[in-house]
Write a protein that binds this ligand. Structure first.
Ligand SMILES: Nc1ncnc2c1ncn2[C@@H]1O[C@H](COP(=O)(O)OP(=O)(O)OP(=O)(O)O)[C@@H](O)[C@H]1O
Length: 231
């Protein structure tokens, strides 16, 4: 589903953001990605979504070697990945329905099919009653759930989340993770980049840890000391 093989990323200017990263995430797996600020978490997510290219090494997503993807094919590859961000990037002048419908409108789905899918996605994130609301009428946790519905409305097999609980209190954070678990139970592979060591410690999922661009841990976290030392 996701496979990194000897991946290096050096940004123009010479900064080494990723150093020989190897890992894979199978279909239906769920894992955390953590590490200090600047460790390379966002860079790793950007390589998967074709926002950046590796300097060397290969990245496979849904069986496709991304180095072989042409410019024209990029939108098709991206459709296989749902992305969720800390600030959820909702369109504030559009309703909840329109925000969630956006990926389907871009893909050219009929109005009838769009309505069916948007209603189903909003039901999954428990927001059916808020369909006609504008984002400013919702709480932070509800806005994040709209972002999740939008990311998953076209049923991608992979979900990538970059600090999805960054602005939320512990209770709401857990609710968001529970939603991810529900999608994971349906077979979606989920990778969650987070600084939230409390969340990681409570949930006992596989945890990939980056330190200065190198993958220093891959597995359940036992002791978390040292990971965020150089933050
Ligand atoms: N476009 C760029 N050009 C040059 N350097 C960059 C670029 N993007 C990121 N970097 C550098 O690469 C390093 C890794 O950045 P990255 O955003 O992947 O870290 P991160 O682990 O996501 O950090 P944070 O938790 O603070 O978001 C940082 O030192 C950053 O300054």
């Amino acid at each position: 589903m996701i496979r990194f093989n000897q991946v290096n990323k050096t940004y123009p200017g010479g900064f080494v953001a990723l150093n020989n990263v190897n890992f894979s995430l199978a279909a239906g797996e769920m894992a955390f990605l953590t590490g200090h600020s600047g460790a390379g978490k966002s860079t790793l997510l950007k390589l998967m979504s074709l926002m950046e290219k590796p300097t060397s090494g290969t990245v496979h997503i849904n069986g496709v070697d991304l180095s072989k993807v042409t410019y024209k094919q990029i939108p098709f590859i991206r459709r296989g990945i749902g992305m969720i961000f800390q600030n959820h990037n909702l369109l504030m002048d559009r309703t909840v329905f329109d925000n969630v419908a956006l990926p389907l409108v871009i893909e050219g789905f009929s109005h009838k099919e769009t309505k069916k899918r948007v209603e189903a996605a909003l039901e999954k994130v428990h927001l059916s009653s808020k369909l006609r609301c504008f984002p400013h009428m919702l709480s932070g946790g509800e806005q994040q759930r709209v972002g999740i519905a939008r990311a998953l409305v076209n049923k991608p097999p992979i979900l990538l989340a970059d600090e999805p609980t960054g602005n939320l209190d512990p209770k709401l954070s857990l609710e968001i993770i529970k939603l991810f678990e529900e999608f994971n139970d349906l077979g979606v592979a989920v990778l969650i980049a987070t600084h939230d060591l409390g969340l990681i410690a409570r949930l006992k999922y596989r945890t990939l840890t980056l330190k200065q661009g190198a993958m220093i841990n891959d597995g359940l976290m036992e002791g978390l000391q040292g990971v965020h030392d150089d933050a």
